[in-house]
Structure formats: structure tokens, C-alpha cells
Design a protein around this ligand. Structure first.
Ligand code: NAD
Length: 282
């Protein structure tokens, strides 16, 4: 059965982007956040990004209006009951995600697919909190969601083939390129991306080179569109620290030991672009 209505839990950096691409692809969208103001702020960002799309002639004014008309914002989790696919993009905390999956399994139909946008947490552990865990899957989007092509599908130990096929169809409908990986710490993308970002942070800490030059090394020498430090600022240094702590605890590998500089920036509230300062000032 294909999806008609997609629920999105959390209207932050990722959630609003997921709601945006889903609505633009023709799905009805229910965008939930814990307060109406947060959900509304997510919708405002979608409006802004669609306006930019119209200005750049990538989106027609009609398509913009239609996409926005498909999105309903709510602060009541019960409003997700009718969704055939729910994608959770709440903060990267296992206990919080498990509680959400417990609640969503009670709310939604038994065959509704419950997906998480976690960057690194164990899919198998999140699925274990749900009833019918075979319908739980990872849908790992990339920031900014409406521009990045990759969608990493993560299979929990419990995920059924049918669930993977259903989300493949959704991924194709929203125009993403899919990779399918099994549940393992950091999956494919975060494991490699975070390792690079942490090593770049250690190099900055050691004074090997400036942030600009470390980023240039990857951009000009390796063809990366963004340097690892710039990317950290975009993702959010708090998000990056949480992933590093988790990967370090899971694997014990020194590759993922969080550098002091990263911890200090987060403790000082310098979380990157969203707070106006991280490795760079904005
Ligand atoms: P964010 O902080 O920008 O947004 C999180 C949103 O969740 C906020 O709007 C917050 O109000 C809301 N929220 C808080 N408690 C909630 C609850 N109990 N139920 C529902 N919503 C709640 O975070 P983000 O960067 O969008 O990250 C969300 C998820 O996506 C995380 O799991 C993160 O690891 C993952 N992720 C992030 C990125 C990135 O680049 N930022 C990339 C890929 C995946």
C-alpha cells in the first residue's frame, strides 16, 4: 500500500525539510512539534525555501501554493494517527526516540511505517520500543533536505523487506537517490563523515592550519563541496558532539573520541550557524 499522508515529528532543521519535500511530491503532511510555535516556525521556513525556489524558477508559484496547502501543523501527537508513514526528526536522544516510537505504535495503524531520521543511534534499539517492529526503518536525510540528493535507508534487525520496498517507493517519489545499509554504528554516511569532521577539529586544536585552510584542503584537494568544519557548523556542533559521544561509546574507537575543542564550543553555546558562531562566525 502506498502512502498518502506523511507525518513528521519535530519541525527543526531536518523535520521542516522532510515536510517540505514530502508536500512538494504530492503527499499530505502533518507536521508535529511539541509547541505550536515550533511547528509554525518549521512551516515558515518551508514557505521561505519555496519562495527562494520560485525566485530561482525551480518551483512554479502554483506548485509552491499547492505544497503549502498540503501541510498541516500541530502540537497534538494524536493528529498523526491517520498517517501511513511517520518520520521522526526529534533530538538525537535514544530515550526520547524510544518513547515516541512507543506512543506512535499505539496511535497509528499496525501497518503504518515508522521511520527515524537518526544520524547514528541504533535502529534496532529504537525498533525494539515499537509494536510490530518490522515496520520500523531508518530514513536518514541530509541537510538541507530539499537540496541534498542522498537518502540512506537503514535496516534494523527487525525491519521487513516489505517495509524497505515501501520506503524505496517513497524515496523515489520525493526524488532522492537511495542507499540501503544495515544497522551499525554511524551507518555508512555518519561513520565516515563524523570521522573526517573530528579529525579536522583535532587538527584545528593542534594548530596544524586555520579552519579555512583545513576546509580548503578537502574542497580543492578532494572535491568536497564543503569543508568538514563548515559542515560541522551547518549540522550543529551539539548534534555532532552527541553523535561522536555515541559512536565512541559504541565502538570504543579513538577515531570518535570527542575533541576538547568541540566540547568547549558546545559548552560555550557556540553551536555553529544556528547560534551565529561555531568554528566560524556568521
Ligand atoms: P533540531 O534541534 O533542529 O530539531 C529538533 C526538533 O524536535 C525541534 O523543533 C524540537 O522542538 C523538537 N522536539 C523536541 N522534543 C521533541 C519531542 N519530544 N517530540 C517531538 N519533537 C520534539 O534537530 P535536527 O538537526 O533537525 O535533528 C533532528 C534529528 O535528525 C536528530 O536525530 C539528528 O541526529 C538527525 N539529523 C540531523 C542532521 C542535521 O544536519 N542537523 C542530519 C541528519 C540527521
Amino acid at each position: 500500500m502506498s502512502f498518502q499522508t506523511v507525518g513528521v515529528v519535530g519541525a527543526g532543521t531536518m523535520g521542516h525539510g522532510i515536510a517540505h519535500v514530502s508536500a512538494q511530491a504530492g503527499f499530505q503532511v502533518v507536521l508535529f512539534d511539541v509547541t505550536r510555535a515550533a511547528a509554525q516556525a518549521g512551516l515558515s521556513k518551508i514557505e521561505k525555501n519555496l519562495t527562494i525556489g520560485v525566485e530561482k524558477k525551480k518551483v512554479t508559484p502554483e506548485a509552491r501554493a499547492e505544497a503549502l496547502a498540503r501541510i498541516r501543523v500541530t502540537e497534538a501527537l494524536a493528529d498523526l494517527a491517520g498517517c501511513q508513514l511517520v518520520i521522526e526528526a526529534a533530538p538525537e536522544k535514544l530515550a526520547l526516540k524510544q518513547e515516541l516510537f512507543r506512543n506512535l505504535s499505539g496511535l497509528c495503524a499496525a501497518d503504518a511505517v515508522l521511520a527515524t531520521n537518526t544520524s547514528s543511534l541504533s535502529l534496532t534499539e529504537i525498533a525494539a520500543a515499537a509494536t510490530n517492529p518490522q515496520r520500523v526503518v531508518g530514513l536518514h536525510f541530509f541537510n538541507p533536505v530539499h537540496l541534498m540528493k542522498l537518502l540512506e535507508v537503514v535496516r534494523a534487525l527487525q525491519t521487513s523487506d516489505e517495509t524497505v520496498e515501501r520506503v524505496r517507493a517513497y524515496g523515489a517519489a520525493i526524488g532522492k537517490q537511495l542507499i540501503v545499509v544495515k544497522d551499525s554504528p554511524g551507518f555508512a554516511s555518519s561513520r565516515l563523515g563524523v570521522a573526517l569532521g573530528l579529525e579536522a577539529t583535532r587538527m584545528l586544536e593542534e594548530g596544524v592550519a586555520s579552519a579555512e585552510d583545513i576546509d580548503q584542503a578537502m574542497k580543492l584537494g578532494y572535491g568536497h563541496p564543503m569543508g568538514p568544519l563548515e559542515l560541522g557548523d551547518l549540522v550543529g556542533l551539539d548534534v555532532r558532539l552527541a553523535i561522536a559521544e555515541y559512536l565512541y561509546a559504541e565502538t570504543g574507537s579513538p577515531t570518535f573520541r570527542p575533541p576538547q575543542l568541540l566540547k568547549k564550543l558546545v559548552r560555550a553555546g557556540k553551536l555553529g550557524k544556528k547560534t551565529g558562531e561555531g568554528f566560524y562566525r556568521y
